[in-house]
Design a protein around this ligand. Structure first.
Ligand code: RUB
Length: 312
């Protein structure tokens, strides 16, 4: 019964599906497929099974709140449904609405963010973010003459995906190693990165190394922009929850056979950039300051957000 959900969870864990937006859409779609194919008995059983399905997906990668929001958006009407049919239909419908909303948010961010790019700009980006890459490509499609430095993003090397996509679009792009960030910042005008999660106090959780781009940008007086859909804002952080920073396998860092005896490895894959280093959050709603995250969450979630506080 949980085949699609388990398959999607394992693809997310193994990085076959990666990037906060893509995992959120994959999670929501898996919930929709699960509900659409559901052949169980009663509404009570379905509520139990949908909770299990959600848990399987949410356990796949802990850091991106986008996945939690995608799953939650899909199941939000299950509690108030009065029949099994109504409940399954609501999940199918809500998951499709989420996927559509999430994809169109990326397009909106591209249009809004591209206005912040001027002809002649040299841009730095990190890892592989569809939102940040969307902004850069849109600026190029609008005829702006830009250059891009993209970090390699060890250990997974997602930067190679970024340089491939940008060069295929005809953009002048240069790959740099992560430790070259401070040195290359001197030649950079603007930084555009993506987001896995934005906390209620405006901190950005994104690929490990993002915070060193932010520090180097601050030192060099270079504008630092985080491109983020508002469903990456985390309501749980309002009530004290910390964002779990995922740690991945040691063999991603180095072949264990090459490691001298007794040496340990620590492989955190995300880090936190404090709000004070962020010039703008480029969202589908417009350009926001990190200080407005609380207001946006309360406006979007209404009274539900305080239910989360009471449940936690
Ligand atoms: C990807 C990463 C991206 C964000 C945003 O990390 O940190 O910057 O997820 O991506 P990983 P998007 O490769 O470990 O998933 O803008 O595509 O949602």
């Amino acid at each position: 019964m949980f085949k699609t959900v388990k398959g999607t969870a394992s693809d997310i864990k193994d990085m076959k599906i990666r990037g906060a937006g893509r995992i959120a859409r994959a999670g929501a779609s898996a919930m929709g497929t699960f509900a659409g194919n559901y052949r169980g008995g009663s509404l009570t059983e379905f509520r139990k099974d949908i909770d299990t399905a959600a848990k399987i997906l949410l356990d796949s990668r802990p850091t991106a709140v986008s996945l939690w929001n995608g799953v939650r958006a899909s199941t939000k009407d299950v509690g108030s449904a009065s029949s099994l049919e109504e409940a399954t239909e609501s999940v199918v419908r809500n998951s499709a609405v989420f996927v559509e909303m999430s994809s169109s948010a990326v397009d909106q961010i591209a249009k809004i963010g591209a206005k912040r790019v001027q002809s002649g700009d040299t841009i730095m980006t990190h890892c592989n973010s569809s939102a940040a890459v969307g902004v850069i490509k849109e600026a190029h499609f609008q005829g702006k003459d830009i250059k891009v430095y993209a970090t390699e993003s060890r250990p997974w090397g997602q930067g190679l995906l970024t340089v491939k996509e940008l060069s295929e679009a005809g953009i002048d792009v240069t790959l740099i190693i992560d430790s070259a960030v401070r040195s290359v910042m001197k030649r950079t005008d603007k930084v555009f990165v993506g987001a896995d999660t934005v906390t209620s106090n405006g901190a950005l959780i994104n690929k490990i190394g993002t915070s060193q781009l932010a520090l180097a940008a601050d030192e060099a007086r270079v504008q630092f922009n985080a491109c983020t859909e508002t469903y990456k804002f985390s309501p749980m952080t309002m009530f004290g929850d910390m964002v779990t920073i995922e740690e991945r396998g040691h063999d991603e860092v180095v072949d264990p056979a090459r490691l001298p005896k007794g040496v340990k490895i620590f492989n955190p894959v995300f880090d936190s950039t404090p709000a004070k280093y962020i010039d703008a959050l480029i969202t589908e709603l417009g350009i926001l300051s990190p200080g407005s995250v609380y207001d946006v969450m309360v406006r979007q979630l209404g009274e539900d957000i305080f239910r989360m506080r009471d449940d936690s």
